[in-house]
Design a binder for this molecule. Structure first.
Ligand SMILES: Cc1ncc(CN)c(N)n1
Length: 237
């Protein structure tokens, strides 16, 4: 069994848990409040900017020109998507590169971002790529799941989780190419390095679930502080 097959086998329960999460179910039924949607949107834009740094590292530490070109293509898509996303934001949201940097990063987002960023210092595509590829895989799989559901046909719900375009799917799509790179890099890695890469992927899958959960409960540092210092609000996590 290749490393990517092994990873995907172990990742299945995480996918199912993500599918069942009330935030994901709320997208299907159109039953999320504007506060929950806004929290997600704000945190996710900041998350996607962190991905820019991770993709840059992948370009940097690529082990072939082909790899670097693939990551560069994905980076191009990321920046184009972010530019268009920022243009869509209402006036009340941070909507340019500068103000975006002031968005407060809430607890789970910070944990997830740091989990990903921590892999950069390994200088190894085998360790960095799974931290990022897991979220890509999860969103594409959730997109496939959504396509099979009877979901509400109104915005913003209708276009939510529809990251399943041709660029991601099929043998030449990003997802398969990322797994091919993981398997290629695994050939020259030790068993311990392979296990580390797998655990990184699974941890990202777990943090995907917590990302939905944080948006569903709109968890902020202030909530955490109130729970810790004043015993208010019960366990948020
Ligand atoms: C939390 C999260 N994970 C993954 C993706 C898709 N890059 C995303 N937009 N947000």
């Amino acid at each position: 069994m290749s490393l990517s097959q092994d990873i995907l086998f172990d990742a299945q329960p995480y996918l199912i848990a993500n599918e069942k999460h009330p935030f994901v179910q709320g997208i299907i039924s159109g039953q999320l409040t504007s506060g929950q949607l806004r929290y997600y949107d704000e945190q996710d834009i900041a998350f996607e900017y962190n991905e820019v740094a991770v993709i840059n590292a992948l370009i940097n530490y690529s082990t072939s020109t082909e790899q670097a070109l693939l990551f560069q293509k994905r980076q191009d898509m990321q920046l184009t998507m972010l530019r268009d996303w920022l243009k869509r934001e209402p006036e009340s949201m941070p909507h340019d590169w500068e103000t975006l940097k002031q968005t407060p990063i809430q607890p789970i987002n910070q944990v997830y971002r740091q989990h990903m960023a921590a892999t950069i210092q390994t200088h190894s595509v085998l360790q960095i790529l799974p931290s990022f590829a897991a979220g890509e895989w999860m969103y594409v799989e959730l997109g496939k799941f959504m396509a099979k559901q009877t979901r509400v046909q109104k915005e913003p719900f209708q276009s939510f989780l529809s990251m399943s375009g041709d660029a991601f799917l099929g043998p030449n799509g990003y997802i398969q190419q990322f797994f091919n790179i993981i398997d290629h890099e695994a050939e020259s890695a030790t068993a311990r390095e392979q296990e580390q890469a797998k655990q990184t992927f699974l941890k990202s899958c777990l943090l995907e679930w917590y990302f939905w959960d944080a948006a569903y409960k709109e968890i902020t540092w202030d909530n955490w502080k109130a729970v810790a210092l004043e015993g208010k609000g019960g366990p948020m996590i």
